[in-house]
Design a binder for this molecule. Structure first.
Ligand code: PMP
Length: 312
């Protein structure tokens, strides 16, 4: 059977929908269903293949599912599935699709069709999609960034701290603008005029041996990767870590800037608004973090076993 594309690549043989693993072509929804209003929340989770061990590890599965359930609660969604159900189902789906490569695991929860704007409370559908997606931790080029003139949504407009699809119109408008202007990535400021995050990743800054990042009350997504990196910096690299407001002019003159997220992993930044960051290459702390992160996600480094769930 010829394979069509999912929105991030070739689609898998199977998808998990409302409690069952079904062939891709049978995972359908009615055109009137809630998804078209962006009444949905989701998680982006990665699993990494270890070729030597011939094992696939899902990274930070529990932390992602815990955030998914916070999103469900905040959006007043009801679901019949427990966190444990989605945990088991994610693993079963990875097994069923027989992956031997790096992949994404992508659960999404959306309101059923009769839930409408005047009372957005109620039952949902859930699906889990998986698709191949290789790591880019070995990239040697830093990203060029522009600070967007679009402002990041603030917490009393939309729940910025969770992964609600509606938030991503804000991300898309900023990212599209910066990419049309020739930059790889956008960096957004919040309503207080402070540095916030990229449209799909958090921001880390290294200055004089200290790792700084905007705090979780700066309208950022409460990122799993950001938490992971802060822990690695403190406990593995022995670096001081500070979570505080960051000014625009601080990032132009920083020693190192990187973006971090499940998708971005740890992405070095080479310039912002045409200001070269450091010497424009990959800074030593960013490089060290990438090395440790790479070894942890693949189970090469066996520390923090609670971060990896083996697919078996
Ligand atoms: N901010 C935004 C807006 C994102 O979409 C993402 C990617 N999920 C992140 C930050 C990083 O979050 P995480 O590390 O949990 O993937």
């Amino acid at each position: 059977m010829a394979k069509s594309k999912s929105f991030w690549g070739e689609h898998p043989e199977h998808i998990w929908l409302d409690g069952e693993i079904v062939p891709w072509d049978q995972a359908t929804m009615h055109v009137t269903q809630g998804h078209i209003f962006a009444h949905s929340i989701f998680e982006g989770i990665r699993a990494y293949w270890n070729q030597d061990q011939e094992k696939l590890y899902v990274f930070q599965l529990d932390a992602h599912l815990e955030r998914l359930y916070r999103s469900i609660k905040l959006m007043r969604m009801e679901t019949d599935f427990t966190l444990e159900d989605l945990r088991t189902s994610s693993i079963e789906l990875c097994l069923k699709n027989e992956y031997r490569e790096d992949i994404y695991v992508f659960p999404s929860v959306y309101f059923q069709s009769h839930v409408y704007l005047n009372k957005m409370v109620g039952p949902t559908h859930t699906y889990i999609q998986t698709f191949p997606h290789a790591s880019e931790l070995d990239r040697t080029e830093g990203a060029t960034c522009g600070i967007s003139s679009w402002t990041r949504i603030t917490d009393n407009m939309l729940p910025a701290r969770i992964k609600c699809w509606a938030n991503y119109r804000n991300s898309a408008i900023a990212w599209t603008q910066e990419s049309l202007s020739g930059f790889d990535e956008a960096i957004m400021m919040n309503t207080h005029g402070k540095i916030c995050e990229a449209p799909g990743a958090c921001l880390g800054m290294v200055q004089d041996g200290v790792l700084l990042t905007p705090s979780v009350t700066s309208d950022i997504l409460v990122s799993v990767t950001r938490n992971t990196i802060l822990q690695i910096a403190r406990e593995v690299l022995g670096m001081p870590v500070v979570e505080r407001e960051i000014d625009r002019t601080e990032i132009y003159t920083a020693d190192e800037i990187f973006l971090c997220g499940t998708g971005a992993e740890i992405k070095p930044v080479s310039s912002i608004d045409h200001y070269t960051i450091g010497d424009g290459g990959i800074g030593p702390v960013t490089q060290q973090l990438r090395q440790v992160y790479n070894d942890l996600i693949r189970g090469i480094d066996t520390r923090y076993p609670e971060w990896r769930t083996e697919v078996m």
